[in-house]
Ligand binder design. Sequence first.
Ligand code: NAP
Length: 262
Amino acid sequence: MSTTRFREAYGPYALVAGGSDGLGAAFAEAIARRGLNVVLLARQEDRLNATAARLREAYGVDVVAVATDVADYESVKARIGALDVSIGLLIYNAAYAPIGRFEDTGADELARAADVNVRAPLLLAKLLSAPMIERGRGGIVLMSSLAGSQGSPNIATYAATKSFNAILAEGLWGELKPRGVDVLACMAGAILTPGYEQAGGDKPAPGTLEARQVAERTLNALGKGPIFVPGALNKVARFVLMRLISRRAAIAIMSKNTGGLS
Ligand SMILES: NC(=O)c1ccc[n+]([C@@H]2O[C@H](COP(=O)([O-])OP(=O)(O)OC[C@H]3O[C@@H](n4cnc5c(N)ncnc54)[C@H](OP(=O)(O)O)[C@@H]3O)[C@@H](O)[C@H]2O)c1
């Protein structure tokens, strides 16, 4: 899609929830490069302001920084409402991943995963899709994960929340496509981000992609279908896990990959 067409379809502002670092910052940059103004949302103000300044300087677009925790939906709603800008594209990138055995994970961590990974994208999609439907155009990208294709021991809750996002995107795609609004879940494999490095991959897993590659390819896939898996190896992995082998075998394979995370 040309940058002019992208601006017409998804402008004038995009909201990137979780947009100051890693994949979120790569999304914000790819969007600014296409000429959209950006609302960046993240918790840590210094890094948020630094990313906003860098994008303003590089692309000459308006970049508004909103420092808040996306888990606090009421605050997010009020802060976005106060901006009085028209948001034609939502990228929901923020996530919380409690790692470890379910029996060792606190109820507060589980609730936080539900707030950040399920409640916030659901309510933001509801909030922002209403004016998109009215305008007859817009886009919503929900970051999911290959981990959401099947049960994943050691990250069971995170994987289940990512599955929620993929299924939600499929349903919304079916409902909103005829209304002019594109919805997409990106089911990514490993991405080189600070979050991934912190989760303890000693060396990148096969098929690991750069954040910039995932952001560009995901935006290019928007409007073409409800689910996008970036990377050839990851596409094959999803096909094998979902179609060729039993659920039991898929869980066992995931267990080998995720069992070592800490
Ligand atoms: N990295 C991977 O290998 C991988 C693989 C598959 C799928 N994914 C998905 O891709 C997305 C990006 O994952 P990532 O870990 O690599 O992160 P990332 O893109 O590096 O993003 C983290 C960003 O989100 C912000 N953020 C995190 N929690 C937030 C909160 N509660 N409220 C507001 N902002 C918040 C962070 O800023 P602050 O800390 O300042 O808030 C930062 O800007 C996630 O949805 C993840 O599930 C990642």
